[in-house]
Design a protein around this ligand. Structure first.
Ligand SMILES: Nc1ncnc2c1ncn2[C@@H]1O[C@H](COP(=O)(O)OP(=O)(O)OP(=O)(O)O)[C@@H](O)[C@H]1O
Length: 279
């Protein structure tokens, strides 16, 4: 199977742009010279092995950490810190304050923006709680919910803020396989309806193919761009198909540089400097 080469849309400016981003924690370099463009409506996936700096890139896009070199911008403006235009959904189930009900969890950040009054915020919260299938659980506390339901609350809370970019850091990684699949389906359904812009981190090749329309492959630590792929043709509908399996295998080869060729000999991975060469 072959991937389409990524070509930027003609005449459209990216919504989120990472330019030569290096991230460091003291002496530890997490990423080196990473560049990518996310366009409005993209489901853009950062994929790479553990420790390659995916979460760090997401945190930098969220404004939680600053690049040691390069820059990240939204609509041309350099990201200098967190903002309501970028909301993060994390993997951890404890991202919801446990003393607040489902409704209060969704309402709270809306009130913090000071753009809505209490009644408007509650109305909007109820709308989003229903949208993620949690109607009837508005007054429940997080500890009474399953892991999947907690992630639904986190998604409702994020989408209610109507961010420019929804940032998701392995949001389904701690869920059992069946719930994870349901949540991937749910996210796809929400995207079909709302067409929000998504930056999604995962180390699962299958999840990247199911969720993303574009995938950035990062090399092992420190993360550098290995390749960029279009993957819009894949989804849960195609998971398990021959083409899907071939794509997953191809990505594995690109990531780890040992893609088995037809005759069984390892083939070279995409060179960092030429993203399209191996696609
Ligand atoms: N707060 C921190 N302090 C020091 N080093 C850190 C910190 N956070 C991450 N690192 C280091 O930066 C590198 C990238 O980590 P990061 O969590 O971004 O990778 P990742 O690709 O998201 O990994 P995983 O898939 O395991 O979550 C790793 O070497 C990690 O040890």
């Amino acid at each position: 199977m072959s991937f389409q080469v990524v070509r930027p849309p003609v005449g459209v400016a990216p919504l989120l742009k990472a330019e030569g981003v290096s991230l460091e924690y003291g002496a530890t370099r997490a990423t080196h010279d990473v560049s990518f463009d996310v366009y409005r409506g993209d489901r853009f996936v950062l994929l790479g092995p553990s420790g390659c700096g995916k979460s760090s890139l997401l945190k930098a896009a969220a404004g939680f950490i600053k690049p040691s070199a390069g820059r990240i911008s939204i609509d041309g403006k350099t990201v200098e810190g967190p903002g309501a235009d970028r909301i993060v959904v994390f993997q951890e189930f404890d991202q919801l304050p446990p003393w607040k009900t489902v409704k209060e969890n969704v309402v709270f950040p809306l009130l913090m923006t000071k753009r809505l009054n209490k009644q408007e915020a509650e109305q909007r919260a109820l709308h989003w709680i229903a949208k993620v299938g949690l109607g009837g659980f508005e007054n429940a506390h997080p500890h009474t919910l399953s892991g999947g339901m907690k992630q639904r609350v986190a998604i409702a809370r994020a989408l209610a803020m109507q961010p420019e970019v929804l940032l998701m850091d392995e949001p389904f990684a701690a869920l059992d396989a069946l719930t994870r699949r349901n949540m991937q389906e749910e996210l796809g359904r929400l995207w079909e309806e709302l067409r929000f812009t998504l930056l999604f981190v995962t180390h699962s090749i299958e999840e990247a193919l199911v969720i993303g329309n574009r995938i950035l492959l990062l090399s092992p630590h420190p993360g550098q761009v290995r390749a960029e792929l279009n993957s819009h043709q894949f989804g849960l509908h195609s998971a398990g198909s021959e083409e899907f399996q071939a794509a997953a295998q191809r990505i594995h080869g690109l990531l780890f540089g040992a893609e088995p060729s037809r005759d069984g000999a390892p083939a070279a991975a995409a060179p960092d400097s030429d993203r399209s060469a191996a696609l």
